[in-house]
Design a binder for this molecule. Structure first.
Ligand code: GLN
Length: 226
């Protein structure tokens, strides 16, 4: 089998890109591929042209915002969003997308939401939880919060998908999904499936991968190895 057969061309508009500047890019790509969704890392302006959607991964938002400017792709993302490309920001990615950042200047500012960074304390105050989100999955979804922000307010046209105590953990507008936690660091494919559908794609149906045993400390081990 030659290379072309192994990597058959995917029709334009059927691919989800993962912003490949900093943060947990591979984990998002892996989840999308497990769903049978064509996915690739993107960082050069021309690589955004044929995307149905783009994931802005977790990492460090100040660093990501600077790299967006250095690579001159902030304006590309804004333009592609207005042309119909869907966006999903996880954690630092959600910080980049919010119109308002408590006490700080916003970055891409594409969704009417106010986000407060590092709202739970230091890296050591990171935690895991679980929540039922019937719109996404028939089983509870595992959640991993790593020095997470809180969404503290959403504006008109933005729906809350998950509220936890005094904060909003997941929200969406027709074009944008925000999660302050990291679905890519759990075995659940529910959020990736949901985003792929939002992009007009047809990912694999609900499967047992959503329910496999989740070692809640696995990401801590990744962090220590790194
Ligand atoms: N604390 C980081 C920030 O403010 C976000 C952390 C994350 O993406 N897990 O950018």
């Amino acid at each position: 089998m030659n290379r072309a057969e192994l990597n058959p061309p995917v029709a334009a508009g059927k691919i989800i890109g993962v912003l490949d500047l900093q943060g947990d890019v591979c984990e998002h790509l892996d989840h999308l591929r497990r769903l049978g969704v064509a996915a690739r890392p993107v960082k050069q302006a021309e690589e955004f042209e044929d995307l149905a959607g783009l994931i802005l991964p977790g990492g460090e938002s100040t660093c990501l915002a600077r790299l967006l400017k250095i690579f001159a792709i902030d304006q590309v993302i804004i333009r592609k969003f207005h042309e119909g490309m869907k966006l999903w920001g996880t954690c630092a990615g959600a910080i980049l997308l919010a119109k308002s950042l408590s006490g700080e200047t916003s970055h891409l500012g594409l969704i009417d939401a106010e986000v407060a960074r590092n709202s739970f304390g230091s890296q050591l105050d990171s935690f895991t939880a679980e929540a039922a989100i019937p719109k996404l999955s028939s089983t509870p979804i595992p959640l991993t919060f790593i020095r997470a922000p809180k969404i503290i307010r959403v504006g008109e046209g933005v729906d809350v998908l998950l509220r936890m105590g005094d904060f909003i953990a997941a929200a969406e507008s027709p074009g944008i999904l925000l999660t302050v936690f990291h679905p890519e660091l759990t075995p659940s494919l529910a959020f990736h499936r949901y985003f792929a559908r939002k992009c007009g794609l047809h990912p694999g149906a609900e499967d047992t991968a959503d329910n496999v045993f989740w070692d809640r400390t696995s990401w801590m081990r990744f962090a220590r190895i790194a």
